[in-house]
Write a protein that binds this ligand. Structure first.
Ligand code: PHE
Length: 357
């Protein structure tokens, strides 16, 4: 009877330990539960300490039973530890799970803006014909933008309607505006060229010809489907002692042929007016086939450089003559790619831009 009762005590103790270990939600709590049973003053340890008070004949059996219970409790502890470790590992795997079937997040490959591509194309074609490429400031002096180009002080092109004026003058006190065209680059480039070759010019020797294009941003107070307040121009200038309109016609036709990759077009010079050229002409082209067939398209302004302007280059208009032209890369990009609204180029909508990659 006594034996059975003590067996039950130990059985209950083992069950309590198994239940406690199983309920421990974390390794730390499991170790606390272990201490309650197997620690220095744990319940099993207390039972073993109590053996000393038993008569010797009971000591042996009781001791063996307690040790048996202790071994079962230790096994339960070990099982609970393993179970917690498994749960922890499963949670970690879950948290760090990788779905290898997801598509990669690679960096998109960029591309040049269609207008930049167009300008590069223009540069390559003119470079192949011996033209230099120059760049100049977008904030320009009133003198470079207008006066040097033979635009009288009261010329309507200077009015508030189409020019962005800059409130602050430059360090020399000169009035500034956002350049309304790339034509001031004629003056900047030709003056630098004349200064570089001053010796030859003064000695009456032939000056190397000026052959340059100058692409870049230009600004006017203007905004609709075909005009943007910021747009691009590309200036061209060819000055020598024997340069004429027929050279302009050849060079420009050659450019169109290479730019549009076709021979199937006509070029027309339509009389026009610019203060800085005389005579002046708009250059129109018409494709003989394709979606734009038969329509005259204005692609550039041009003309023989006005003597007053040649003088502002620092050159002698009796000796140095030639032509200038100004075209719109935005316009050329629209024609080449079949884009109907200029504003699409400047809205930076990737759905539009990625079509040109
Ligand atoms: N600058 C002129 C414009 O903006 C174009 C042009 C350039 C005309 C050179 C003649 C010569 O319209």
């Amino acid at each position: 009877m006594f034996l059975i009762q003590t067996m039950n005590d130990l059985e209950l103790l083992v069950e309590a330990a198994v239940a406690d270990f199983g309920a421990a939600p974390s390794p730390a709590e499991l170790e606390n539960a272990k201490a309650r049973f197997l620690g220095k003053s744990g319940r099993v340890t207390e039972l073993l300490k109590g053996l000393g008070a038993l008569p010797p004949e009971q000591k042996k059996t009781r001791g063996a039973e307690i040790n048996q219970a202790k071994a079962r409790i230790e096994a339960a502890l070990q099982a609970a530890r393993e179970k917690l470790a498994e749960v922890e590992l499963a949670a970690q795997l879950q948290a760090e799970a990788l779905d290898v079937t997801l598509p990669g997040r690679g960096r998109g490959v960029g591309g040049l803006h269609p207008v930049s591509r167009t300008i590069e194309r223009i540069e390559a074609i003119f470079a192949s014909m011996g033209f230099d490429v120059a760049e100049g400031p977008e904030i320009e002096t009133d003198w470079m933008n207008f006066t040097a180009l033979n635009s009288p002080e009261n010329h309507p092109a200077r009015s508030m309607q189409d020019t962005f004026y800059v409130d602050i003058d430059d360090a020399q006190g000169r009035a500034l505006n956002l350049r309304t065209h790339t034509s001031p680059m004629q003056v900047r480039y030709a003056r630098a060229h004349a200064a570089r070759h001053a010796h030859e010019i003064e000695a009456g020797l032939a000056m190397p010809e000026i052959r340059v294009i100058a692409p870049g941003r230009t600004y006017r107070v203007d905004s609709d489907a075909t005009h943007s307040p910021m747009f691009h121009q590309c200036e061209g200038l060819w000055i020598g002692e024997n340069v004429s309109f027929k050279d302009l016609k050849f060079v420009f036709s050659e450019f169109v042929r290479q730019f549009f990759e076709t021979d199937d077009f006509d070029v027309r010079f339509r009389p026009s007016f610019f203060p800085f050229t005389e005579p002046s002409a708009e250059i129109d082209i018409a494709f003989r086939s394709g979606p734009l067939a038969g329509k005259w398209l204005e692609v550039a302004g041009s003309g023989q450089v006005h003597p007053n302007v040649v003088r502002n280059y620092g050159l002698d208009p009796e000796r140095h003559i030639g032509f200038a032209f100004g075209m719109g890369p935005d316009r050329l990009a629209m024609l080449r790619y079949g884009v109907s609204d200029l504003r699409l180029f400047f809205e930076n909508d990737l759905r539009f831009l990625t079509q040109f990659k």
